[in-house]
Ligand binder design. Sequence first.
Ligand SMILES: Cc1cc2nc3c(=O)[nH]c(=O)nc-3n(C[C@H](O)[C@H](O)[C@H](O)COP(=O)(O)O)c2cc1C
Length: 211
Amino acid sequence: MHTTIPLKVHYYGTPVVLVSSTNPDGSTNLAPMSSAWWLGQEAMLGLGASSRTTQNLLSTKQCVLNLAPSSLVDHVDRLALLTGTPEMSEHKRATGYRYEPRKFEAAGLTPQPSDLVRPDRVLECPIQLECRVTGHLPIDTESTSARAIHVTVLRAHVDSSVRMLGTNYVDPLAWDPLIMKFCDFFGSGEALIPSRLAAGWRMPGRLEQAS
Ligand SMILES: Cc1cc2nc3c(=O)[nH]c(=O)nc-3n(C[C@H](O)[C@H](O)[C@H](O)COP(=O)(O)O)c2cc1C
């Protein structure tokens, strides 16, 4: 039997993308996100309007989308409550965010120079997509201030471990994406670790409470 309830969150399970972007001082910012969908060589990213990443993407028109495998869950979680901007909303501060200008070090990840765009790639991510920002739309409602950012893939770097050798395809059996489902982390369909984001959002029934 179905019942109608005012669902608080609609994060049904999407791959985690680490977005590299260029800060005003030229350094690379790195932020986890998962509101991304793909069509051909195009992708749409749903990003909060005030995040450093959004500001960087709209001003520099470049980014790298680093697809995180489930094995990087601890590294991604270390980034969860960090922001590359010192000016953060009261809501973000109350959620437990802190300013961190050196995200690669904080996450224990390795920067790798890109070919066509300025921000660095994440060496540990087996799929890295150099992109240009093609356009953006506002998403402004009573509860949300975000941007739908359209990016176009310029160059894809794919590690041989996840490639179908001899083809231009990723091997779906070899590629194990880190999935964010209702603010908790999953890989190969299995629950991984409790996420700091879920703790910050005070999500009910999250993994920590279940264990
Ligand atoms: C797994 C995960 C997924 C996230 N997905 C999104 C997302 O899709 N869109 C978004 O705006 N923020 C998302 N966030 C929150 C951002 O990472 C957060 O706003 C962060 O402050 C962005 O960093 P920045 O301010 O340095 O850009 C996610 C966080 C985590 C840990």
